[in-house]
Design a protein around this ligand. Structure first.
Ligand code: CO
Length: 164
C-alpha cells in the first residue's frame, strides 16, 4: 500500500469524466487500497480515483461509523429523495467549505472489489459523501453546487473539521 498524492483545485484533470472499470484486476485492487490509505491519512470521508490522477470510476468512503471503508467500482445513483442544504468541503480544496444542495437520501448501485453487485441506501453524511464522490466521476466539483456567498476558509491551525 502507498499514500498517493491528492490533486488540488486548478488541475484540469478534476474536470474530466472518469471511465468505467472493465476488469477488476490487481491494479484496481491496489488503487483501492492506496486510496483508502490516502483517505485515512488525510482525515477525509471520501476520495475518488480522479483525485489521485486516475480517470476510473472508483470511489472509497469511510464515515468512521465502525463499519470500515466502503470501496465502490462503477457506482451509479439509482434513486434520490428530498433535498437538504449542507456544509461541504473537498480534499482537493484544502480548508475551504461551502453550503451545497444535496438530495436527502440516495440509493447507489455499484460493484464491490470482488465484482459483486451491491446496493446502498443512505441518509445524512453517507448520502452526502456518495453524491460528492460520484460528482467527481463526472468532473463536477462541490463549488459547482455551492449556494452563492457561502464559501468559507478555515484556518487549519485552529479548526480541523472532517473533509470530503
Ligand atoms: Co471532493
Amino acid at each position: 500500500m502507498a499514500i498517493r498524492n491528492i490533486i488540488e483545485n486548478g488541475d484540469e484533470i478534476l474536470r474530466k469524466k472518469s471511465r468505467e472499470v472493465e476488469e477488476i484486476n490487481e491494479r484496481i485492487l491496489e488503487l483501492l487500497d492506496d486510496m483508502v490509505e490516502t483517505l485515512h491519512k488525510s482525515n477525509g470521508v471520501g476520495l475518488s480515483a480522479v483525485q489521485v490522477g486516475v480517470l476510473k470510476r472508483v470511489v472509497v468512503i469511510d464515515i468512521y461509523d465502525g463499519k470500515g471503508p466502503i470501496k465502490l467500482i462503477n457506482p451509479k445513483i439509482t434513486k434520490t429523495k428530498g433535498e437538504v442544504e449542507l456544509e461541504e468541503g473537498c480534499l482537493s480544496f484544502p480548508n475551504q467549505y461551502a453550503k451545497v444542495k444535496r438530495a436527502e437520501e440516495v440509493t447507489v448501485e455499484a460493484l464491490n472489489e470482488k465484482g459483486k453487485k451491491i446496493k446502498i441506501t443512505a441518509k445524512e453524511l453517507l448520502a452526502q459523501t456518495l453524491q460528492h464522490e460520484l460528482d467527481h466521476l463526472e468532473g463536477v466539483l462541490f463549488v459547482d453546487r455551492m449556494i452563492p456567498g457561502t464559501m468559507e476558509y478555515v484556518d487549519p491551525d485552529n479548526n480541523q473539521p472532517v473533509k470530503e
